[in-house]
Design a protein. Structure first.
Length: 182
């Protein structure tokens, strides 16, 4: 039982780990990594069904992909750490977590699958992660009309890999900008 409690405590630190990218735009009290992971997981539940995917696999990929942030925090592209260094740090933490907790879920394998994006579920999971960030940007911009967060909509859109999520996002953005013109 002790290993499970330690693991759950580690995951619990994500509730207190801010998503750092929002601070650059003056968002006070930004969402936590756990907030982000929860909605991304819910999106996976709904969109997995919609796109006829293995929803349980999507959930596992999304729940594991930010787990390293429990130790290294949320490293954004604006951070002076290279993408290679960031991935190396994350992989080290994931390996440590996998060794330390030795549970019946292959956390390292799931994390690597997400990072490589080499399965259909991993591609969609990565896109859901990006989609969640775009949805959060839309909400923050509505709450803070003086902030221009449009780079999240358009840069995020250009990062998407799957046709399904691109089309889904286009519908959301069309609706968003249609209602702005009213």
């Amino acid at each position: 039982m002790k290993k499970y409690l330690e693991m759950f405590r580690k995951v619990g630190t994500l509730k207190k780990t801010d998503r750092e990218g929002w601070k650059r735009f003056g968002i006070e009290d930004p969402e936590s990594v756990a907030d982000h992971s929860f909605r991304a997981s819910f999106l996976a539940l709904v969109l997995g069904e919609k796109f006829d995917l293995d929803g349980f696999k999507l959930l596992k990929l999304l729940l594991v992909h930010d787990l390293a942030e429990s130790e290294i925090g949320d490293i954004t592209p604006e951070n002076p750490i290279s993408e290679e260094e960031k991935l190396a740090r994350e992989e080290e933490v994931i390996e440590d977590i996998s060794r330390s907790f030795d549970i019946d879920i292959d956390i390292k394998k799931l994390w690597k699958e997400f990072e490589l994006g080499d399965t259909r579920e991993a591609i969609i999971a990565r896109d859901i992660d990006r989609l969640e960030r775009i949805l959060q940007a839309l909400e923050y911009e509505e709450e803070n009309p003086e902030r221009d967060l449009s780079e999240f909509f358009f840069e995020g859109k250009s990062e998407l890999e799957s046709k399904e999520i691109k089309e889904f996002l286009n519908e959301i953005l069309d609706e968003k900008f249609k209602s702005k013109k009213r």
